[in-house]
Design a protein around this ligand. Structure first.
Ligand SMILES: *[C@@H]1O[C@H](CO)[C@@H](O)[C@H](O)[C@H]1NC(C)=O
Ligand SMILES: *[C@@H]1O[C@H](CO)[C@@H](O)[C@H](O)[C@H]1NC(C)=O
Ligand SMILES: *[C@@H]1O[C@H](CO)[C@@H](O)[C@H](O)[C@H]1NC(C)=O
Ligand SMILES: *[C@@H]1O[C@H](CO)[C@@H](O)[C@H](O)[C@H]1NC(C)=O
Ligand SMILES: *[C@@H]1O[C@H](CO)[C@@H](O)[C@H](O)[C@H]1NC(C)=O
Ligand SMILES: *[C@@H]1O[C@H](CO)[C@@H](O)[C@H](O)[C@H]1NC(C)=O
Ligand SMILES: *[C@@H]1O[C@H](CO)[C@@H](O)[C@H](O)[C@H]1NC(C)=O
Ligand SMILES: *[C@@H]1O[C@H](CO)[C@@H](O)[C@H](O)[C@H]1NC(C)=O
Ligand SMILES: *[C@@H]1O[C@H](CO)[C@@H](O)[C@H](O)[C@H]1NC(C)=O
Ligand SMILES: *[C@@H]1O[C@H](CO)[C@@H](O)[C@H](O)[C@H]1NC(C)=O
Ligand SMILES: *[C@@H]1O[C@H](CO)[C@@H](O)[C@H](O)[C@H]1NC(C)=O
Ligand SMILES: *[C@@H]1O[C@H](CO)[C@@H](O)[C@H](O)[C@H]1NC(C)=O
Length: 446
């Protein structure tokens, strides 16, 4: 029997890990940075260029949310998650009214300061009574129920109504079954609930606001600040607009109110009015104060320059609000939900409307953006374009250099060829340990 010829062993010599590593790393970097360039051109470059060309001003003005609409299908949305996929599903559209800033006022030397927050119902944090868990058997007062889950609104609202449905008995053994689908506004007394029929009128019941000895009343969203001040001046110019010798009450609606060392500072004050002292007694309620601030005919400033009526400042009545120029965010941190909750307050839940600084372009007041920062956009643009390009160029150059300097020897081993010499190995401390000019005298091959 002929001896089987031995299979020739293919000898692949061990390669220099450093050369392989460098080539591998450079290829990886080149591929990744070119992918990054393609991705960033959609995610950063195009939006940045649009921002630079948008004509949106860098100084914000004020916006007030007028309505927030839930749409099933929409051509635009205020805030979308993940810009790369234009979602066509449901979205929320927020409309705002756009106006110039009101006045900054300073009230030096105030005393007897009090403030009161008049929240309606915080739908998310309110204590909920679930009828299925038999929590409805003792309900007393006015409740807002959705599918058997009821929120106590007795303290926050005073509801006027005329007609009700026949009562349901939520107490007793069958109570939780009876009330499992309770819906709408309910007027309850120890577990007997009757549905309030529309039309009803629910007013915010923020009562017992102490107005005794106060001559300055500032409304800010759901808050009321009351104080006894000596005078009111315009913040920047210190021109006096009112002083306590006039013996009347100053009222205005401002955006922020802060107590500083100079006195109480209020920004963006509008609807400034003067009330007669007799208009208020020792205690008042929020509904009445809001009513006075809107319907009182005596302006704070006859010339309508300081804290003017809101309608004097309006730029546009009904603009679309976008979170930024794209109308979407890429953070994947549920940012939109928070944004829509804060900016979507349009007053339908009887709380104050959202009021916030916003940016707009002179040529198009139909659209405003809540976030706009050209300097940050510019920085982002620089980083996002320089970093991947530099990485790409460096890795390509290194690969080119490798192509020129690495050669595969007769023994299938890669070596650096440098200035006509082949560097066989570089020892750990960096000095050349074997340098040959002809090649082929590698100690491994001997
Ligand atoms: C308007 O008010 C906002 C917020 O208070 C402020 O950032 C902005 O600079 C003001 N704009 C002008 C034109 O004064
Ligand atoms: C506050 O009023 C008192 C007297 O009413 C006066 O002495 C004081 O200088 C005032 N302070 C400021 C900052 O105006
Ligand atoms: C409002 O009142 C609360 C307590 O009643 C107080 O802690 C808070 O500092 C007040 N805010 C201002 C701006 O005066
Ligand atoms: C429910 O009402 C009854 C009296 O009608 C009272 O004894 C009981 O303590 C109440 N339960 C709760 C949880 O308030
Ligand atoms: C609802 O609020 C009213 C007023 O504070 C209170 O009397 C009533 O007990 C509350 N009901 C429940 C179920 O918490
Ligand atoms: C009010 O004016 C002072 C100095 O004139 C300034 O430092 C401060 O920022 C101003 N405040 C507001 C809210 O504009
Ligand atoms: C506001 O500041 C003044 C002095 O800076 C202080 O006397 C006063 O108590 C403060 N008011 C409030 C409500 O914090
Ligand atoms: C608020 O005050 C006005 C006038 O003082 C009064 O007519 C009205 O009934 C009050 N509203 C509530 C809810 O107390
Ligand atoms: C200012 O007054 C007008 C009516 O004069 C009213 O429509 C508007 O809601 C008021 N604005 C605020 C912030 O109260
Ligand atoms: C805003 O709306 C009111 C009434 O709808 C109108 O009279 C006013 O001219 C509008 N203002 C602007 C700037 O469009
Ligand atoms: C009752 O709850 C619904 C849904 O949660 C809300 O839309 C409505 O404004 C509430 N009504 C009142 C009077 O708070
Ligand atoms: C942007 O930067 C420029 C100068 O670099 C500066 O003058 C300007 O105030 C900055 N704008 C904002 C909104 O920070």
């Amino acid at each position: 029997m002929p001896k089987p010829t031995p299979v020739e062993e293919l000898l692949i010599p061990p390669q220099d890990n450093r050369i392989c590593g460098v080539i591998c790393l450079c290829q990886l970097t080149a591929v990744l940075s070119s992918v990054a360039l393609v991705y960033l051109s959609v995610a950063v470059y195009m939006p940045s260029l649009r921002a630079f060309n948008s004509g949106v001003g860098e100084t914000p003005v004020m916006c007030t949310t007028t309505r927030a609409v839930n749409r099933e299908s929409c051509d635009w949305g205020t805030c979308g998650e993940w810009c790369l996929s234009k979602s066509s599903g449901a979205c929320i559209q927020i409309h705002v009214s756009l106006r110039r800033n009101g006045s900054s006022l300073l009230f030096p030397n105030c005393s007897h300061t009090a403030n009161k927050t008049c929240y309606g119902i915080d739908q998310e944090n309110a204590k909920k009574s679930r009828c299925i868990a038999d929590e409805c058997k003792n309900l007393t007062g006015t409740f807002n129920c959705t599918m058997g889950t009821c929120i106590n609104i007795t303290d926050a609202f005073k509801c006027e109504f005329t007609e009700t449905d026949p009562p349901l008995k939520c107490s007793g053994r069958r109570g939780k079954i009876t009330c499992i689908e309770m819906d709408g506004l309910q007027n309850c007394h120890r577990g007997m609930c009757e549905r309030i029929r529309t039309p009803y009128n629910c007013d915010r019941r923020c009562v017992d606001i102490p107005t005794r000895n106060k001559n300055t009343i500032l409304l800010s969203g759901d808050k009321v600040y009351l104080s006894r001040c000596q005078r009111a001046v315009v913040n920047e110019t210190e021109v006096e607009v009112w002083n306590s010798r006039q013996d009347n009450i100053l009222m205005a609606s401002c955006h922020t109110i802060t107590n500083t060392s100079r006195g109480v500072e209020a920004t963006d004050c509008i609807n400034g009015t003067l009330l007669d002292k007799s208009a208020l007694t020792d205690l008042t309620n929020f509904t009445y104060l809001s009513h006075l601030s809107v319907w009182n005919p005596v302006p704070l400033d006859e010339s309508r320059q300081v804290a003017p009526p809101e309608q004097d400042l309006v730029i546009a009545n009904d603009s679309k609000l976008l979170i930024n120029l794209e109308g979407c965010v890429n953070t994947l941190r549920d940012e939109c939900r928070e944004f829509l909750r804060d900016y979507g307050k349009d007053g339908t839940d009887h709380n104050a409307r959202a009021r916030f600084p916003c940016f707009y372009a002179d040529w198009n007041t139909d659209m405003v953006v809540a976030r706009f920062d050209l300097n940050a956009t510019y920085r982002e643009f620089l980083v996002a374009s320089l970093l991947p390009s530099v990485l790409f160029i460096v890795s390509c150059l290194t690969l080119l250099l490798c192509q020129r300097t690495v050669e595969v020897g007769d023994d299938a081993k890669m070596r650096f060829k440098c200035c006509g010499a082949t560097i066989a190995a570089i020892s750990k401390d960096g000095s050349l340990s074997a340098l040959d000019t002809g090649g082929g005298t590698d100690p491994m091959a001997l």
